[in-house]
Each structure stands twice: as structure tokens, then as C-alpha cells.
Design a protein around this ligand. Structure first.
Ligand SMILES: [Ca+2]
Ligand SMILES: [Ca+2]
Length: 178
């Protein structure tokens, strides 16, 4: 079962995905979400990274909505789904790992193997995290203090956001206050 802290984090995610603020998630929310990511990451529609993200979120949608493309998912159903994913290692890695990888690749435009603070700010903006928090979060995630986020630091941050139940984990605030 999701703890109170995990529930807060997944509610936060719900509010980020629910682009039209309808209180329900639909396929179009995820499509809009990817379009916002693409705009922030300067990904061109129909390029490889854009299509890969779209495909991964469409895949998530079919899992979330049991294949009913036209349906709507409320907060309760979303939380039940997140709980199920967290409890199943195979499902978790199948669903979450590619998203983390694609987000990193999408925003590491110059292929340096790390995200600069500006690239992180672009990503945070598309995740509706205000730049005031984005700067603070960046510093807390940059574990070796070299002023950039390595792929590993990035992955640890997202994995911790999804899984941690420790209130003092900086990654809990990955997407802003919860
Ligand atoms: Ca919606
Ligand atoms: Ca670093």
C-alpha cells in the first residue's frame, strides 16, 4: 500500500499529467504532456526521441486504462495503478526505466552525457516545476557538486521520487513542493 508520502508524490504527478485540469487523465493529457516536453526540450515532432516518448506514454496509457483508449482515469484509479506498479519489480522496470532514460536523452540535446542547469530548468518547466524550485532541486540532486547532472544522478533522483518513503529525501521534491 502507498504510504502517505508516496500518495502525496503520486497526486503531484497526477496534477502534472492532467494537462486540462479536468480531474481525470485521458490519452490526450499524455499526448499534450509529451508535446510540452518536446517544446521545452526542442524536440521536433516525428523525430526519434519525440516518437519514442509518445510511444512510451501511449503504452503507459493502455496499461493504466486497460486498453480502453477513450476512457478516463480518476485519481483513485491512478493511485491504485501506481501502487500496483511499485509492488511489481518487472512492471516497474518495464514502465519507469524507459521513461527516465527517454527524458534524459530528450534533454541532453548536446549528447554530453549530463544535463546542465539550463537543460534541467527546461525539463522542470515542462513538468510544471517553477524555476525557483528547479534551481534548488538541481543543487540537491547534483551529488558530486560538479554543476551538472549525470545520467546516474538523474536516474537516482527519479527512482527515489517513485520509490522513497523517507521524508528527508531531497528527491521527494523533484517536481516542486508536495
Ligand atoms: Ca484531463
Ligand atoms: Ca553531478
Amino acid at each position: 500500500m502507498l504510504s502517505h508520502l508516496q500518495t502525496r508524490k503520486f497526486i503531484k504527478l497526477f496534477t502534472i499529467y492532467d494537462r486540462d485540469n479536468s480531474g481525470y487523465l485521458g490519452l490526450e493529457d499524455f499526448e499534450q504532456f509529451v508535446q510540452n516536453l518536446a517544446a521545452a526540450g526542442h524536440l521536433r515532432p516525428h523525430d526519434g526521441p519525440y516518437n519514442a516518448l509518445l510511444k512510451q506514454y501511449a503504452y503507459r496509457w493502455t496499461l493504466l486504462n486497460s486498453g480502453d483508449r477513450g476512457g478516463q482515469v480518476d485519481l483513485h484509479r491512478w493511485l491504485t495503478y501506481c501502487d500496483r506498479v511499485l509492488q511489481d519489480e518487472r512492471k516497474y522496470h518495464q514502465e519507469i526505466d524507459p521513461i527516465i532514460r527517454l527524458l534524459f536523452d530528450g534533454f541532453d540535446r548536446d549528447r554530453t552525457g549530463h544535463l546542465s542547469q539550463a537543460q534541467w530548468r527546461d525539463l522542470a518547466w515542462s513538468l510544471r516545476c517553477h524555476s525557483i524550485y528547479a534551481r534548488e532541486v538541481f543543487q540537491s540532486l547534483d551529488q558530486d557538486n560538479d554543476g551538472k547532472l549525470s545520467r546516474e544522478e538523474f536516474a537516482i533522483a527519479f527512482q527515489t521520487f517513485y520509490r522513497s518513503d523517507r521524508p528527508d529525501d531531497p528527491s521527494n521534491r523533484l517536481l516542486g513542493p508536495i
